[in-house]
Design a protein around this ligand. Structure first.
Ligand code: GTP
Ligand code: MG
Length: 168
């Protein structure tokens, strides 16, 4: 039997922490230096499923720059799960999620929706509250996640939750 293949996309505002999340997940490392994603990048991960079959997960990360927007029509179709990322200390990145959500609904309405609050290690008084993230996720019939690429907290957990939900 052919391996199953799944497409996951990480989207959201510039500097939200998408690439850092992927780097932590793939390499276990973190850099505080910002290198913007030019257009898109992906990593592939084979994961052994409970039934012993393997599934291949291709995780795409897109630039948050506006220049990516005209390309979404070709990038989004076929997406199984979308992770809309925001920076918990940047309220604009939280409101920008609506743009990404609407594009996902338009171009791949079958995709499962996840919202991820990044940089949870920097949580402070002015941060977007977890309850607000949960509320927004519920409104979009999605799942809310929190992670820190700096400490690694919640990173593997997030991927496990996404994989379980796609394959379950
Ligand atoms: N403290 C902390 N900083 C983080 C975390 N994740 C990312 N950063 C920092 O935030 C900045 C932006 O992170 P990126 O992952 O490059 O952001 P991005 O969403 O990929 O941005 P674009 O490629 O421009 O769309 C970098 O300086 C990172 O080091 C985190 O979990 N904690
Ligand atoms: Mg990036």
């Amino acid at each position: 039997m052919e391996d199953q293949q799944f497409k996951i996309v990480l989207v959201g505002a510039q500097k939200a922490g998408k690439s850092a999340f992927i780097e932590r997940f793939q390499a276990g490392t973190f850099s505080s230096k910002y290198t913007r994603t030019l257009e898109s990048a992906f990593i592939e991960k084979y994961i052994k499923m409970e039934n012993n079959n393997h599934a291949m997960f291709r995780l795409w990360v897109f630039s948050g720059n506006e220049r990516i927007r005209p390309l979404l029509d070709t990038f989004f179709p076929g997406t199984h799960a979308a992770v809309i990322c925001y920076d918990i200390n940047n309220r604009e990145s939280f409101t920008e999620m609506s743009y990404w959500y609407n594009e996902l609904v338009r171009l791949c309405p079958e995709a499962m929706i996840f919202l991820m609050g990044c940089k949870n290690d920097l949580r402070g008084a002015a941060s977007v509250l977890e309850s607000q993230g949960l509320q927004q996720a519920a409104a979009w019939n999605g799942v809310h996640l929190l992670s820190s690429a700096q400490t690694g907290e919640g990173v593997d957990e997030a991927v496990n939750i996404i994989v379980k939900k796609i394959t379950g």
